[in-house]
Write a protein that binds this ligand. Structure first.
Ligand code: ASP
Length: 349
């Protein structure tokens, strides 16, 4: 049940979905550990929310989570909450721990097709009760962005991440810093908005609103593996990973523009896995840039074997996109095709 947080005469309605995270954590006096608490504490610490000229409701996860415990089922719960409340609100703000926030943002972007309303995900690096907290600004501006309309249409009709004065496309971000307030970056795609004295929206970059009905996909298949290559990786270790029973897709985090070792054992293991039907997506372990299979001899072989070039997908987007596509029970050929197609602006084709 949604709790009423603010009432006003305005006809803008915002729903906050509180999942947990540092934003709502408090320090345990005995152990010194940060633990999530309920939304009431946030409400007390941010009285500014009551000054908004919007109707704001809150629905809370129970229990609230440190986002390290976030699982695909929680993404389904968020998507379900958005679907059930879609017609009653102009925008949604999700409060989330920063640790896995980029995965949630990517997953939700795929799960919510034809989205025509803002879903702004935010959190903070310091709990809301701390004097130097970044929680207040992140929360207040996220609400403001979710409520902003241009020509009577939502300014941001997509799943986004707002953190430290910048709004990013959700499936383009990565948590890059565990201590700075500037925790997230979207290296391969510019910010969708900047918050300074004014909110400056880069409207030309924003997803286009279409008139189709919101479609929510709730089936995700987590039978994925991720292998990050490193010099010195042994055959024994690689074999154990790639031959893991039940894995249907692999995200291979390669060097530079998509390069991998040319050792015979590596190529043979990969070839056998591909022949057995494993979907392998090549993404770069560099924080920015794109995979170009065929640029070097060390990546040409991969392309010839049938490894999919993941272009400039983040690791978070590659993993969640595979879970999403595999959840739709698609044929391998279709998954391969869609992995190189931009579905929600997640890659530069
Ligand atoms: N461990 C916390 C979480 O992700 C960190 C944070 O919120 O910044 O829930």
């Amino acid at each position: 049940m949604a709790q009423k947080l603010n009432r006003s005469k305005s006809c803008i309605d915002i729903l906050i979905i509180y999942t947990g995270g540092t934003i709502g954590m408090i320090q345990d006096h005995k152990t010194g550990e940060l633990k999530p608490i309920n939304f009431d504490q946030i409400k007390e610490e941010v009285p500014e929310i009551r000054k908004f000229d919007y109707n704001i409701d809150v629905v809370s996860f129970n229990p609230v989570l440190d986002s390290s415990d976030m699982q695909p089922d929680h993404w389904v719960k968020m998507a379900d909450l958005i679907q059930k409340n879609y017609n009653n609100y102009h925008g949604f703000v999700i409060l989330h721990g920063s640790d896995t926030l980029a995965y949630t943002a990517s997953a939700l972007s795929f799960m919510l097709e034809n989205l025509a309303k803002p879903v702004i995900i935010t959190g903070s690096q310091l709990p809301v009760g701390e004097i130097r907290t970044d929680a207040k600004e992140n929360l207040i501006t996220s609400i403001e962005i979710a409520a902003t309309r241009i020509n009577n249409k939502p300014a941001v009709p997509e799943v986004c991440v707002y953190f430290d004065y910048l709004l990013f496309r959700g499936n383009r971000v990565t948590k890059m810093n565990s201590s700075k307030f500037e925790a997230f970056q979207s290296v391969n795609f510019p910010p969708l908005a900047e918050a300074g004295v004014h909110l400056k929206f880069n409207t030309h970059l924003m997803a286009k609103i279409n008139s189709k009905k919101l479609k929510v996909y709730k089936s995700l298949d987590p039978a994925i593996g991720v292998i990050r290559l490193f010099p010195g990786m042994t055959h024994q270790w690689f074999k154990a990973q790639i031959r893991t029973k039940g894995i249907k897709a692999l995200v291979l985090e390669t060097f530079g523009s998509g390069n991998a070792p040319s050792a015979g054992w590596f190529i043979d293991e990969l070839q056998n896995a591909l022949k057995a039907g494993l979907v392998v997506v090549n993404i770069t372990q560099c924080p920015g840039g794109t995979v170009e299979q065929g640029r070097y001899t060390t990546s040409s072989k991969l392309a010839k074997m049938g490894v999919i070039g993941g272009a400039d997908l983040t690791s978070e987007a590659a993993i969640t996109k595979l879970m999403f596509l595999m959840g739709q029970k698609m044929k391998v050929a279709e998954i391969k095709k869609l992995m190189t197609t931009s579905l929600r602006g997640e890659l530069t084709p």
